[in-house]
Design a protein around this ligand. Structure first.
Ligand code: NZQ
Ligand code: ZN
Length: 392
């Protein structure tokens, strides 16, 4: 097992009716900004629950609101919130929404005190390690998928240049996250499907590499995958079933709260390529992963086949003596599961005019110096081209 440090300071508050606890979690005598997305929180009652909880300890003039953070949050929109925070002297931000709102708030939190061009936070991948550099924030999660409620990473799109870039650092963990599984009942089926597949792929990025001796990490990863396979098809049909909802939400958090990546190699190239498909064509994040993931496993088969075979045996209960045959069948099982979950696994099924996609992505990665991705640093621009072209 590789050496590691495990640091995760998030106060994770889980369960029915927990939004009420906001009154004890948000710091007193501080002006707060409630940040949200396109308005789903007004329709499903989450906004009312948040306001009711806060009204017990806050005067109305201590709460400012900022709405309109888009799915795949835009730098340009977030900078407007940064101006509000500076103007209003906000001391704490409450993100109420899915991964996009939470990620947006992480960027806002980092940008307020940043001197210089805030786009450099994304372009130069500045790491935020000192909590005095950022505005503290908490979250009320409304969409299980990204794990953003319990990690310190975020993804933001610069609209002007169609760049989807990451930021992060240990100062960007939420102070707390309230995760009430009943909030998923108002999610459209498409978003529920996305949530399952995003969480599934997060595990795959940290698990589907090569055999190593971190036994517990493998077993936890396989447990999350099996749970998502077991509940995924049902939870999209019955999101008000609390057993399904609670297991889904917790699986999505566990998939990307840092635990399973400790002491093991990881890949993340499916995400790096997928982000480009969202930047170019606005394909939902999870749907880009369902397109790219299986083709990446095919192109990188020699690197991944032993782990693919382990995954096939332990997660899909495949049997046989041939590593190659089980590994290949495991990829087909994965694609079939993605189809069951409503994913369309070709770029051409998600957008028109995609012929130059591979050229565009390869050029962009070369400009950024991303010439050696994956757990063995052997996903070269040529491999990226092969993966993308196989995905047409
Ligand atoms: O904006 P509103 O009106 O709130 O509607 C949202 C949005 O349209 C809606 N929604 C959310 N909760 C709802 C709801 N509708 C009804 N009922 C509810 N309870 O769902 C739509 C999608 O929301 P969004 O936040 O965009 O989805 P998701 O949570 O999948 O986040 C996707 C973003 O997270 C990034 C992605 O790249 C993408 O930008 N990721 C962040 C990661 C991280 N921070 O660790 C890791 C991931 O790999 C991912 O890259
Ligand atoms: Zn993801």
């Amino acid at each position: 097992m590789q050496n590691f440090e495990l640091y995760n300071p998030v106060n994770y508050v889980f369960g029915k009716g927990q939004i009420e606890k906001l009154k004890n979690l948000v710091p007193e005598n501080t002006k707060i900004l409630i940040a949200y997305g396109g308005g789903s929180i007004f329709k499903n009652g989450v906004y009312d629950q948040v306001k009711a909880a806060l009204s017990k300890s806050f005067k109305a003039n201590h709460i400012v609101e900022f709405g309109g953070i888009e799915p795949n949050p835009r730098y340009e929109t977030l900078m407007k919130a940064v101006a509000v925070i500076r103007e209003e002297k906000i001391g704490f931000i409450l993100a109420v929404g899915g991964g996009s709102v939470i990620d947006g708030v992480k960027f806002i939190s980092a940008a307020v005190h940043y001197e210089g061009d805030a786009a450099d936070i994304l372009r130069k991948r500045i790491l935020f390690k000192d909590v005095s550099q950022v505005i503290p924030f908490g979250t009320v999660l409304t969409l299980p998928a990204t794990g953003s409620e319990m990690n310190s990473g975020a993804v933001v799109t610069i609209e002007a240049t169609q760049e989807k870039l990451t930021l992060g650092g240990s100062a960007l963990f939420p102070v707390f996250s309230i995760v009430d599984p009943t909030v998923i009942t108002s999610l459209p089926k498409r978003q529920l499907q996305n949530g399952v597949i995003d969480a599934f792929t997060h595990v795959m990025e940290q698990y589907l590499t090569y055999p190593h001796d971190a036994m517990l990490q493998d077993r936890i990863a396989e447990g999350i995958l099996q749970t998502l396979i077991e509940i995924g098809p049902d939870v999209v049909e019955n999101p008000s079933d609390y057993k399904l909802a609670s297991n889904f939400v917790w699986s999505a958090t566990m998939a990307l709260n840092g635990l399973i990546q400790k002491g093991v190699p990881s890949d993340w190239a499916t995400h790096m390529i997928g982000h480009e498909l969202t930047a170019l064509y606005e394909i939902d994040h999870a749907r880009t992963l369902a397109i790219i993931g299986p083709n990446l496993y095919r192109v990188m088969f020699d690197t991944k086949k032993e782990k693919l075979a382990q995954y096939g045996k332990r997660v899909w209960n495949l049997t046989g003596d041939s590593t190659e045959a089980i590994a290949e069948e495991a990829i087909e099982k994965t694609v079939a599961f993605f189809h069951t979950m409503g994913m369309k696994t070709k770029i051409s099924e998600n957008t028109d005019n995609y012929e130059n996609t591979a050229d565009f992505i390869v050029n962009r990665f070369e400009e950024r110096g991303w010439k050696a991705m994956g757990e063995k640093q052997n996903i070269t621009p040529e491999k990226v081209r092969e993966i993308v072209e196989m995905s047409y």
